[in-house]
Design a protein around this ligand. Structure first.
Ligand code: SF4
Length: 210
């Protein structure tokens, strides 16, 4: 089992390969050579070089919103897709405006599109946010397929729920980047629960607690 997250050596980063731990993935160099060829494939090469350039050009200066726009512009994308949560519709409108002002076409689809009741999808009443009311399910597959139909070249995920975002990624034809990771407990800043894992979020991070 690979446990890079607990590695104190980081021989991969330093290049001191004689120091790699016993369970380091790099003990299989053939694997890495085979994977490396993927970066040279025409459909990946520009994409990878452009994303690496964005990282260098805006390092510690550009907000992610600008990085998304710079990446899309350098890739020559014109038509962008955005799958967003209706709870973040104001934020989605701002992103939409900014990207349009920058010359992009923006196709946006809200998570509640289709207006299908949660109950029809088998969501029990006790898992409704407001039991007794008509609650509409999120439909990330429809969001993705509508963007596919519009032939978007690059898609933005803005505030979709955990798992719904996974389905959105799964069904999108175009590559997806996440602009906002939904986390209502932290103002959509999931890293806060990591930085404060020994403090404010110690109890809240534990499984099975309220
Ligand atoms: S790849 Fe190897 S050296 Fe790098 S973090 Fe993982 S275990 Fe450590």
């Amino acid at each position: 089992m690979f446990t890079c997250a607990q590695c104190a050596v980081l021989a991969c980063k330093s290049g001191e390969l004689d120091k790699m731990p016993k369970n380091c993935p790099m003990h299989d160099p053939d694997f890495f050579e085979e994977v490396f060829q993927e970066y040279l494939a025409p459909e990946n090469h520009d994409f990878f070089l452009t994303s690496t350039a964005i990282k260098a050009l805006g390092y510690c200066r550009w907000p992610r919103l600008r990085e998304v726009a710079e990446f899309a512009r350098r890739m020559g994308y014109v038509r962008l897709g955005m799958g967003f949560c209706v709870g973040l519709r104001k934020e989605a409108a701002v992103v939409d405006r900014i990207l349009r002002d920058q010359g992009f076409q923006v196709v946006s689809v809200a998570c509640k599109t289709g207006s299908i009741p949660k109950a029809r999808a088998g969501v029990p009443e006790e898992l409704h946010l407001r039991p007794g009311t008509r609650e509409v399910m999120c439909d990330p597959i429809a969001q993705a397929k509508l963007l596919n139909r519009a032939q978007t070249q690059f898609n933005i995920c803005l505030g979709l729920c955990v798992g719904h975002d996974s389905l959105f990624y799964k069904y999108c034809d175009a590559p997806v980047t996440t602009l906002v990771a939904k986390d209502r407990a932290t103002g959509h800043n999931p890293a806060a629960a990591i930085y404060c894992a020994e403090g404010y979020f110690r109890e809240r991070n534990a499984l099975g607690t309220e």
